[in-house]
Design a protein around this ligand. Structure first.
Ligand SMILES: *[C@@H]1O[C@H](CO)[C@@H](O)[C@H](O)[C@H]1NC(C)=O
Ligand SMILES: *[C@@H]1O[C@H](CO)[C@@H](O)[C@H](O)[C@H]1NC(C)=O
Ligand SMILES: *[C@@H]1O[C@H](CO)[C@@H](O)[C@H](O)[C@H]1NC(C)=O
Ligand SMILES: *[C@@H]1O[C@H](CO)[C@@H](O)[C@H](O)[C@H]1NC(C)=O
Length: 389
């Protein structure tokens, strides 16, 4: 074995070991500390009312909801689906009876526009679910029915996606304070640990080492990319400051839109993860997907992004450099010093931050199950309220 092969081998062995230990640890170490078989129901119900703050509390809320809900179904109609029903996003899959496959609450989701819903269906609906825009009847078919709004759009770009008039009972947004906080994490993030870091030794001499893909123009994107381009080349594939044709990587052709984009991103050790706005909690796939590609994100986005990264040293922040040249110099240094570059991948073998685990758990990937759990939880609370009085 050459020296590099040995290093690679040791790296892989460490990955495998750490991954194995983590799997063992999480299965033995369920975060649930409520023994529902002996606990006092009144106490459990009052616990169900408290908004979770961390990963363990969210899991506990969901566990208790599942316990009280038992086999009762939650029936939800998507009356306004927008992009959500068109795009083939990775998410939990449906069984033939339309219940979700990996959810402890039996969920029935049906896409049906408001006009096509019969009065019988409306009467049986536990909830109506709208992506971005409302599409709702004037009155609820029954008192406990829920109207749900889901959006991952920033407030500045889609004010109407953020209900200020309290039309909706439940809101699922990227805002961590919403009823069902939802992140743009689009996959089971435990597999990120298995992803090998980009191999900087494979970069050809004059290749750019950072890519950028954006189709929506913003002032920051335009100004920042043009200024850093005076110091280092940037492979820009999108329409914003486009300079590279995607067919220079023929293996990235013929894939779905997201796969093709991610294939291009995976060809460079860094990616400019520049959001369209700096809104609290707003981090898109521009950030999260890089971790699945073995690439280090260079970030401009939500002011609190640091608080929910998998690890403090998993990303680079544009704001940490006094100007574009300082950042360019640092990136140049990292591609030349493999040890220093790999420090940005060490998190893959470490314990991830609780705040990240929470966002990974409350992801777009399992949104539908989390929505069902919330409908079930409110139904439980309302029923217990009624039996008390
Ligand atoms: C819950 O309490 C029951 C009854 O005391 C006991 O048999 C069971 O082992 C407990 N379960 C846990 C997970 O502590
Ligand atoms: C359950 O807990 C509540 C509140 O802590 C208490 O008032 C009640 O007496 C308890 N009931 C039983 C059966 O222990
Ligand atoms: C390369 O990076 C490592 C780790 O950060 C550092 O200790 C070392 O001094 C760097 N080497 C050079 C030549 O800068
Ligand atoms: C339960 O009843 C209390 C007091 O009437 C009320 O404030 C609360 O909103 C009710 N909770 C639910 C979930 O209906």
């Amino acid at each position: 074995m050459s020296r590099h092969e040995k290093i690679l081998f040791i790296f892989c062995a460490i990955y495998a070991f750490v991954l194995f230990s983590i799997i063992i640890e999480t299965s033995v170490h369920e975060y649930i500390n409520t023994n529902t078989t002996t606990a006092n129901t009144t106490e459990l119900i009052s616990k169900l009312k408290i908004k979770p703050t961390n990963f363990a509390e969210w899991k506990q809320r969901h566990y208790m909801t599942g316990y009280f809900n038992k086999d009762r179904k939650v029936r939800i109609y998507i009356t306004e689906g927008d992009w959500y029903i068109r795009d083939d996003l990775p998410r939990l899959r449906y069984k033939h009876d339309e219940t979700l496959t990996i959810c402890d609450i039996p969920c029935i989701w049906t896409v049906k526009s408001l006009n096509d819903l019969t009065s019988e269906e409306l009467k049986n609906a536990d909830a109506l679910f709208c992506v971005n825009q409302p599409s709702l009847p004037k009155k609820k078919a029954w008192k406990g029915q829920k109207f749900i709004q889901y959006t991952l759009e920033p407030k500045i770009h889609c004010p109407q996606c953020h209900d200020k008039n309290h039309i909706f009972d439940i809101r699922a947004t990227h805002d961590a304070s919403s009823d069902i906080p939802t992140s743009y994490v689009r996959m089971d993030s435990t597999r990120w640990r298995l992803v090998p870091p980009f191999d900087v030794k494979k970069l050809s001499k004059n290749s750019p080492f950072i890519s950028f893909i954006a189709s929506h123009w913003t002032e920051f994107r335009e100004n920042f990319i043009s200024s850093i381009e005076t110091h280092i080349p940037v492979a820009s594939f999108g329409s914003v400051r486009h300079n590279t044709d995607s067919n220079i990587h023929p293996e990235c052709g013929g894939l779905s839109l997201f796969d093709s984009k991610n294939c291009l991103i995976s060809k460079y050790p860094f990616y400019f993860s520049i959001e369209n706005s700096q809104e609290k909690d707003y981090s898109t796939e521009k950030l999260w997907d890089t971790f699945n590609l073995g690439v280090v994100p260079v970030i401009w986005g939500a002011p609190n992004t640091r608080s929910y990264l998998p690890h403090p040293k998993s990303a680079i922040f544009i704001e940490d450099f006094k100007d574009a040249k300082a950042l360019a110099d640092y990136l140049k240094y990292l591609v030349k010093n493999e040890t220093a570059y790999l420090e940005y991948h060490k998190w893959r073998t470490m314990k991830l931050s609780d705040e990240f685990e929470k966002r990974s758990y409350l992801s777009m990937y399992n949104l539908e199950c989390n929505v069902c759990r919330e409908v079930a939880r409110l139904r439980i609370l309302e029923e217990y309220n009624n039996t008390d009085t």
